[in-house]
Design a protein around this ligand. Structure first.
Ligand SMILES: Cc1cc2nc3c(=O)[nH]c(=O)nc-3n(C[C@H](O)[C@H](O)[C@H](O)COP(=O)(O)O)c2cc1C
Ligand SMILES: C=C(O[C@@H]1CC(C(=O)O)=C[C@@H](OP(=O)(O)O)[C@H]1O)C(=O)O
Length: 391
């Protein structure tokens, strides 16, 4: 299963096409819209989120609520397009008073993108490098999420830090299931710890006051995974690579850690690797700990997948940094677009979708891809074999 997207931040809308979708998968437009709304929320989001109310329009590949085995095409419209029709028109002449973007923002794609594509207007770059493009990605991920949900796999995320306000957890890798979705989603920063949530909001308030911006960290958890999904033999099939690459494809992601992550590099092996146990009542192998975060040798262990990612601070600053004017080549202040101050809670929702895609694709490689009934039959046979092995 894979997806493609097209669309600019202030164009008519954004399109996603999902390929390799098994037939017979139930799809709920409402559920996709719930995820689109979750992606728009979060303390610290900017004025654009008051304009947009993202909803998905499914254009192909679904009939009476179920996939039919063809690519699924989806559209998320830009409400803001109404304010940009002159400046973003696909055809015709640009307006005479068209303001070009010539003061590239440090930290955004503006300068390097303009150099690369030979333009003197950074708008051509920022329109597509904008994280607005994560809206169709979340819509597309809805297909992967429905696929996994149908197989008993659950994905959620929560924010673990914003700026210097960090949530303390005693053992996040062994027992990441103690937080309920309600606790997470009712927090304005999507953090289940009430005290940490308040500290994070204070941090964002301070950044707004200082005309600054913030990044942070979040964790994605996947439960209900079967062991042995992914691969050790072919580099591209290692889930560490596909999930890591998918997370790094999200704008502003600068770090990814599985389980104990970088901390593992500072500890001896005896304190890192997870002892193997046999649970005789369930006839399955299990682990005494989950420092690996659910992956060994590029494959799922059957323990929860625990992956943490770091997002850098938002590049657009209301007190802009120094840049160079591309027209005059003189010192200038970077452009000051309307902007989010912090988008870590939204980014975590985007990350859930990316992780869902990587895992859905690996499930289909292992269990088939044509239709849900065959996939479920293959999973049942696999579970029976594992059960026999451990008995
Ligand atoms: C959900 C989300 C919202 C974002 N909102 C903004 C924003 O409002 N303003 C901004 O300058 N950057 C924003 N960014 C970050 C930029 O898109 C990102 O830093 C930029 O594309 C450069 O890519 P890089 O950080 O990977 O180098 C956002 C990122 C995400 C994931
Ligand atoms: C539109 C979204 O995010 C945008 C990401 C973004 C950027 O530069 O990445 C800049 C802002 O857009 P605008 O310039 O229109 O205010 C954000 O609002 C969205 O997430 O839906």
């Amino acid at each position: 299963m894979r997806y493609y997207t097209a669309g600019e931040s202030h164009g008519q809308g954004l399109v996603a096409i999902v390929e390799d979708v098994p037939a017979g998968l139930k799809i709920s437009e409402e559920q996709i819209n719930v995820d689109l709304a979750r992606r728009q929320a979060g303390y610290g989001r900017g004025g654009r989120m008051k304009i947009e109310h993202d909803t998905v329009q499914v254009i192909s590949g679904v009939r009476f609520g179920r996939t039919i085995g063809s690519p699924v095409a989806m559209l998320v419209a830009n409400r803001d397009w109404a304010n940009w029709t002159d400046r973003m028109a696909p055809f015709g002449e640009p307006p005479l008073d068209l303001a070009r973007e010539v003061t590239p923002r440090p930290g955004h794609a503006d300068l390097v993108g303009a150099l690369k594509t030979n333009t003197d207007d950074c708008r051509n770059i920022l329109e597509r490098s904008s994280a607005r493009t994560t809206a169709p990605r979340v819509a597309a991920a809805g297909i992967a999420r429905e696929f996994l949900a149908d197989l008993g796999v659950e994905i959620f995320s929560y924010v673990t830090g914003i700026g210097s306000a960090v949530m303390r957890e005693d053992d996040p890798f062994m027992n990441p299931s103690r937080y309920t979705p309600l606790e997470i989603e009712t927090s304005e920063v999507r953090c289940p710890d009430a005290e940490a949530s308040e500290a994070m909001k204070r941090e964002i308030d301070r950044a707004i006051k200082d005309k600054d911006s913030l990044g942070g960290t979040f964790r994605v958890i996947v439960r209900g995974l079967l062991p042995g999904v992914g691969g050790y033999a072919v580099p591209a099939e290692r889930l560490t690579s596909t999930i890591g690459g998918a997370l790094f494809s999200i704008p502003a992601i600068k770090g990814v850690e599985f389980g104990m992550g970088f901390e593992a590099a500072r500890k001896p092996g005896s304190q890192v690797h997870d002892p193997i146990l046999l649970d005789r009542t369930k006839a399955e192998f299990t682990r005494a700990s989950n420092n690996a975060g659910g992956l060994e040798g590029g494959m799922t262990t059957g323990m929860p997948l625990v992956v943490t990612a770091a997002m850098k601070p938002i590049p657009t600053l209301m007190q802009p940094l120094q840049t160079v004017d591309l027209d005059t080549l003189e010192v200038a202040q970077a452009s000051k677009e309307r902007s989010d101050v912090c988008a870590v809670p939204a980014c975590a929702v985007v990350a859930e979708g990316e992780v869902a895609f990587a895992i859905a694709d690996a499930y289909m490689r292992k269990f088939g891809s044509d239709n849900m009934a065959d996939i479920k039959a293959a999973i049942k046979a696999y579970k029976q074999r594992l059960n026999t092995v451990s008995r």
